[in-house]
Design a protein around this ligand. Structure first.
Ligand SMILES: Nc1nc2c(c(=O)[nH]1)N[C@H]1C(S)=C(S)[C@@H](COP(=O)(O)O)O[C@H]1N2
Ligand SMILES: [Mo]
Length: 318
């Protein structure tokens, strides 16, 4: 995300397992980038194929799910292998093309998801069971990162609204906080970058969370999520920048006032709480008027609310 890169000297020796710690300082600093650093640490590097990282756990027979005709997109779907090898998931690596090589130790099953806070019925759910009973559907959505690149992705999941309804929010609930798993032992980027406020945390207003477009995605391209896409469950709010679309969610909490969020807390003037895709509002360091399409390299104009203005503008009083 090109934010303040911690000074080189900030790289702690603890970023490495003993093999890494044995490296002398010059060699340590010469290793360009975290991917190389992790390789030196002997991290699991799955052979060749980013799709080898699909682990459906107990849910394999739930895919593929029927595709929703109501959510078609006028752009071609991004090649699956390209999407699976160009990821933002700082818990594993800050190098988008290296994330998939760093997720091998991550164990998405079994998985517990909680829904707590201002609800009448707090929930502690086994995700495998939840996926088995939810009506899954596939939706093709545009996906726009704040870094001005985009993809088109077929997600599989269910509306977050459905899960929230089961928890039965109290009238005081106005925001929904979501939190990523905190597993330093399985996440080399957490272990190696202690200056970030892990675990990753995001939030939506309750109205946004209940919006028909907002999914909890458990699959992509007709199968369960590979780890680099946020297995086994992640948020998808397609009118918002990628950073709102939090991965590998373990906890959902209903709260009364606006919660802090990861990138907004780190760099508030660059990443606002709403994170809505608005082409006329530039990022302080680059324009948001157009985007680079991953795969084709084509440059396309960015659409208001990422092309979902008709559906969501009402949320913002338009
Ligand atoms: N936990 C967590 N969730 C995250 C991120 C992250 O670093 N950690 N990065 C976000 C950003 S900036 C983007 S663009 C998307 C990328 O999703 P993808 O790799 O599945 O395309 O994940 C989002 N969710
Ligand atoms: Mo992003």
């Amino acid at each position: 995300m090109l934010i303040r890169v911690p000074p080189r000297w900030h790289l702690p020796a603890s970023a490495c397992t003993p093999e890494g710690a044995a490296l002398d300082r010059r060699r340590f600093l010469a290793l360009a980038g975290f991917g190389a650093l992790s390789a030196a640490c002997g991290r699991t590097t799955p052979a060749g194929d980013p799709l080898a990282l699909v682990d459906p756990g107990p849910t394999a027979d739930r895919y593929p799910a029927p595709r929703s005709a109501a959510h078609a997109v006028d752009r071609p779907i991004t090649d699956e292998r390209i999407a699976a090898s160009y990821n933002n998931f700082y818990e594993f690596s800050t190098d988008k093309e290296a994330v998939w090589r760093e997720v091998g130790a991550f164990r998405p099953w079994p998985w517990t998801l909680t829904v707590t806070g201002l609800v009448r019925k707090p929930l502690t759910l086994d995700l495998g069971e939840l996926v088995r009973r939810m009506p899954l559907e596939e939706r093709v959505y545009r996906f726009r990162c704040v870094e001005a690149w985009s993809m088109v992705v077929p997600w599989t999941g269910f509306p977050l609204a459905r899960l929230l309804a089961e928890a039965d929010p109290l009238p005081e609930a106005r925001f929904v906080r979501l939190i990523t798993a905190d597993r330093a032992a399985e996440m080399p980027g957490v272990k190696g970058q202690p200056w970030y406020p892990w675990p990753y945390f995001e939030a939506l207003t309750l109205a946004e969370a209940r919006h028909e477009l907002t999914l909890l995605a458990t699959g992509i391209y007709g199968h369960a999520l590979p780890r680099q896409h946020g297995a086994p469950v992640r948020l998808v709010a397609p009118w918002k920048y990628g950073y709102k679309n939090i991965k590998s969610v373990v906890a959902i909490e209903l709260v009364a006032s606006q919660p802090a969020t990861f990138w907004n807390k780190l760099v508030p003037h660059e990443y606002d709480f709403a994170g809505n895709v608005l082409p006329q509002r530039p990022h302080p360091r680059w324009s948001q008027a157009s985007e680079r399409v991953i795969g084709s390299g084509e440059r396309l104009p960015t659409l208001a609310y990422n092309g979902y203005a008709a559906e969501v503008a009402g949320l913002y009083g338009a």
